[in-house]
Design a protein around this ligand. Structure first.
Ligand code: NAP
Length: 430
């Protein structure tokens, strides 16, 4: 066998520890598949003496992760520290500048700096790989970059955040409210102590922008992702959606035509007949629609030490085989700058929920705002008074321009007919 591929590993937490275990446990099989052994030679983290459940005394310990780029034995650096900037970005830049390949699970860094890093990797003739950055163990990047490479991808969308899906599917199963389930998810370790990146949709947006670039051959444009999280979804929305034949999922949705690229993370109503309606718990799932292959569904564990490490090591196996390939499936210079699509021009069906005072004339005012804005109502459900005397009105619209719905809600802003902020969710077009 040829020389081993030698790895310097920054970050020994959930994913870093997982990578060590995968290479320990499956090392022989991986060596047969890769054509050579993959060996860790050096590691770095904050605390040298923390018990990590794996023996790290066999590796060279380096205090400053940035130094790994210059480690004389290392061919490849694996970054599992996290953070869009800081030590992760310093390490990425210095590794590529040193002419070494770089593997990461860091979606925040790739969403913000992926293009710069891809250009640096291509200039140096080395690999930049980030399979684990989107949907953890699910090989969706490989799926798009390699398996679906012959297709024009019209749309890519999916459940990209396991914490949100865990919360929404538990709200659905138990009829409980968001805050209640979030607390439980934190106690069980399914949600971070500071869950805002997850529940406010930012984490899903990082992943969506990576998928959109790959799918559409477009320059990454994280700043163009319109983001709404799940904080304002209430148990009653889930019950009304169910009564209408839908389930609520936080989806990242992206499409592109010649005129622009659309990227949105938003809680959606998903028809129960759609496969994504049946993805529950912390599972991730991505759908890509290709003009020859049709609809592809990638599904599996979007996080966790084993699944995420599995994706990191898959990237290392590619590098061991000499399969570098451009990070975004085409040279960075070929990626097109796509303007953000005009959202108002988009057509779709909407779910609108209003909390209104229990008095005559309120429904008529809402209906008038819809009519005057050109929004056509397909169905309307009104539920009797809550303890506080308010009534819930849920509306599903016919397909129409989103601009009209925005206009209707603007007309109702500040109206005495509303007892709280309305909720607007998009309905996934099948
Ligand atoms: N966890 C998942 O399921 C998952 C899934 C997909 C992608 N990812 C991505 O994978 C990356 C790692 O996630 P993780 O969950 O493994 O994180 P983690 O458990 O918090 O581990 C982070 C590691 O980085 C080290 N570290 C942090 N700051 C450092 C610094 N300034 N200098 C040196 N080392 C530093 C920590 O050292 P100490 O251990 O000494 O504190 C720790 O070993 C992130 O980019 C994350 O988004 C994670």
């Amino acid at each position: 066998m040829t020389e081993p591929l030698r790895i310097a590993l920054a970050g020994l937490g959930t994913v870093g520890g997982g990578v060590i275990r995968v290479l320990d446990e499956n090392g022989d099989l991986i060596a047969r598949r890769a054509g050579r052994r993959i060996e860790i030679v050096a590691v770095s983290a904050r605390d040298r003496f923390k018990d990590r459940g794996v023996d790290i005394s066999r590796f060279d310990w380096i205090d400053d992760p940035a130094e790994l780029a210059r480690h004389p034995q290392a061919d490849v650096v694996v970054e599992l520290v996290g953070g869009s900037d800081g030590p992760a970005l310093t390490l990425a830049r210095s590794t590529l500048a040193a002419g070494k390949s770089f593997v990461t699970a860091n979606k925040a860094m790739i969403a913000h700096h992926g293009l710069e890093l891809a250009e640096a990797a291509e200039a140096a003739g080395v690999a930049l790989k980030f399979e684990a950055a989107v949907a953890g163990g699910v090989p969706v990047i490989k799926g798009l970059r390699e398996g679906a490479a012959a297709n024009v991808i019209g749309r890519v969308y999916g459940i990209l955040n396991g914490t949100c899906n865990f919360i929404l599917s538990k709200m659905e199963a138990e009829g409980r409210d968001f805050a209640d389930i979030l607390g439980e998810a934190q106690r069980l370790g399914f949600a971070e102590a500071d869950p805002s990146f997850d529940i406010d949709g930012v984490d899903a947006a990082h992943k969506l922008s990576i998928l959109a670039s790959l799918a559409f051959g477009a320059k990454p444009a994280f700043g163009d992702v319109a983001i709404t999280g799940i904080r304002h979804v209430i148990a009653a929305d889930i019950a009304e959606a169910a009564a209408l034949g839908y389930r609520i999922r936080l989806l990242g949705v992206a499409d592109a035509n010649g005129h622009g690229m659309f990227q949105r993370v938003h809680p959606h109503l998903v028809p129960v007949s759609h496969p994504l309606a049946h993805v529950t718990g912390s599972t991730n799932a991505v759908v890509a629609e290709g003009n020859f292959v049709g609809r592809l569904l990638f599904q599996g564990a979007g996080a966790g030490d084993g699944p995420t490490a599995s994706a990191v090591v898959a990237d290392l196996i590619d590098i061991a085989r000499g399969e570098f390939g451009p990070p975004y499936a085409m040279p960075a210079a070929s990626l097109a700058a796509q303007p953000a699509a005009d959202v108002g021009e988009r057509r779709g069906r909407a779910y609108l929920r209003f909390t209104v005072p229990d008095r005559v004339g309120v429904l008529a005012e809402i209906a008038a705002a819809m009519r005057d804005s050109g929004v056509s109502i397909e169905s309307l459900i009104q539920r009797g008074a809550h303890g506080d005397g308010s009534v819930l009105v849920a509306i599903v619209t016919h397909e129409g321009p989103e601009r009209s719905v925005a206009h209707a809600l603007e007309k109702l802003r500040g109206s005495q007919a509303l007892a709280g902020e309305p909720m607007w969710m998009h309905i996934l077009a099948d």
